[in-house]
Design a protein around this ligand. Sequence first.
Ligand code: MIC
Ligand code: SF4
Length: 755
Amino acid sequence: MKVFDLDMIQRVYERYPSRIAAARKVVGRPLTLSEKILYAHLWEGEASSAFERGKSYVDFAPDRVAMQDATAQMALLQFMQAGKKRVAVPSTVHADHLIQAKVGASKDLQESLNQNNEVFNFLSSISNKYGIGFWKPGAGIIHQVVLENYAFPGGMMIGTDSHTVNAGGLGMVAIGVGGADAVDVMAGMAWELKFPKLIGVKLTGKLNGWTSAKDVILKVADILTVKGGTGAIVEYFGEGALSLSCTGKGTICNMGAEIGATTSTFGYDDSMRRYLNATGREEVVKAADAIAEHLTGDAEVYAEPEKYFDQLIEINLSELEPHVNGPFTPDRGTPVSKMRAEATANGWPMQVEWGLIGSCTNSSYEDLARAASIVKQAVAQGITPKAEFGINPGSEQVRYTADRDGILADFEKMGTKVFTNACGPCIGQWAREGADKQEKNTIVHSFNRNFSKRADGNPNTHAFVTSPEMVAALAIAGDLGFNPLTDTLTNDKGEQVKLVPPVGDELPTRGFAVEDNGYQAPAEDGSHVEVAVAADSQRLQLLENFPAWDGQNILGARLLIKAKGKCTTDHISMAGPWLRYRGHLDNISNNMLIGAENAFNGEANKVKNQLTGEYGEVPAVQRAYKAAGIPSIVVGDHNYGEGSSREHAAMEPRHLGVRAVLVKSFARIHETNLKKQGMLGLTFANEADYDKIHEDDTFDFIDLQDFAPEKPLTLRINHSNGQSEQILVNHTYNASQIEWFKAGSALNLIKMMEA
Ligand code: MIC
Ligand code: SF4
């Protein structure tokens, strides 16, 4: 098979030496890998000055763009408006999120095709029109397909999905963004990012026994928490890094999204060579080898990392214990030896009902092979699994090869359901029997997110994240407290048996194989291709411009909701059943903030309508304000908008007339999404001011007319008792981002420039 975009990769590598030389000159000290990749991708070309980490806004020129079906719809609806003939950089769309997991691959896939026909046709034809590669439903999960086909060491890409960062496993700087950012790059414009801070993770020792790459990131998540990586690139290095497989590195980078990291990456090494070769990209290896010194951090950096990174973490892989993280948040880490005590103390249901293996972070050949080795032992020793099993292979190539090599047969012997090569349960596309009863229960999975309701819609499902081999062990035991390192299981003869540690080939010894990988190349000239969106469609809706700012201060705004605690993008714009409306802004707006907890009554989707004094659902109340022409604001807690890249979480409030989102802190992608859509994304200058917000307050932005970079805004809070007080609110808008606000959105500005 032909290597995709080899010419582009070669061009990137050709300019590497001179760009790195220029970077060395301006920075004046040895360089980390992250800096090399960033400086090699400046929009201006060779660096003319050094940037300040965590401060400077920098224009970059990413090499490629990836989008998945649930976010591509909105990204491409926006791109349509930009007035371009073709995308400016190689781009792909992957149909993976809209596919249900119910009974097994073939039936489920057909069912999804029937249900989502209109959307898949739209994505296929719009890709065809604009020169975008389209990976059909069933081809695989975006990040596995990208790793297998497109990622390359030292490259830079953006993708409309937070787990785009998976490509760091092949030494890229790959960053998750909202669709509006993707539109910039596809339209041939610069892409802006605040120059990240750098967190170094030094890995020593070597994985052994039951420990796997997943445990590295489960441990890092436990250390850094869900916001500890915000605004930073995590760079892994050390002998331990060299010993990890390429897909294992992908797992670590992938789940780096869960600590809020901008991305994570690893230096080019033998594991990447092996992976590139195994996936038919010998030519990429050749090109990368020629500039290998530039594709990893400088030796001085790794010798004295404390001098070069803003923060340093050290993990000894030899001592690392398997971890099980959760429930409800991916950063609550528990080493397997402590799980029984921890679960007992917290009242977590001990019985494991389901084990799910898959998702973009853990669905490689190696993952399936290692998990299968556990399953095989159980079958051989006469152990009946106590929980149900489901797997989602990462791509058709992985599935086909795993099938050929008997791995899937091993799973099937245990009654495992093999779902479509797609996201499935990971994004709530799981028709789990009985979930509607909302019973308290425990499931274990190898995914990376376990927010409330995420997999099956049941708020009482306690989901725990762990490695595929641990999922297998815990599901076989049916016991959350089971520690395979020390505990035994009873077999059908009543004997006590122990599972031996997992084994599995990093790459298939007979090579990968696939019959139909599910790729559709775009037309050479797509100008004749028609992209139709039916006016009465419930799934797709052409976009209208958001109104420009009228130049006035915002006065008399109402409080729509003061959200308390965790408010992820799943709370703001839920996935699962709502995925079907991702291309229809008005319809999907009916899920706006329905999962957020109202700080005043502790309930979800119940807020006071200030016009009537009655309580109603958040979207309905906001529609009432909109109809009355009254502005409103949303108030939130820490790390607001954590999780997904979905820009719907920003577009819905914009569409329904919310003017500002004021929180203690933001997750990076969501903050940018708000800015791009012409919203005010603000943070309390003094966190304690969150407590000053009362349910019946009104708000005046009294100096919005002086909106300027680096200058806080003043907010007057008018309480219902007649008193008012003023607080300062911070923002991170630079001069050009303020222009987005003024124009009504970044896209409005592009259109003005095109006109
Ligand atoms: C996710 O894992 O939450 C998703 C679904 O892949 C999202 C994208 C989306 O909401 O479409 C993400 O991580 O960005
Ligand atoms: Fe899909 Fe889950 Fe990965 Fe998101 S995290 S891309 S939903 S598999």
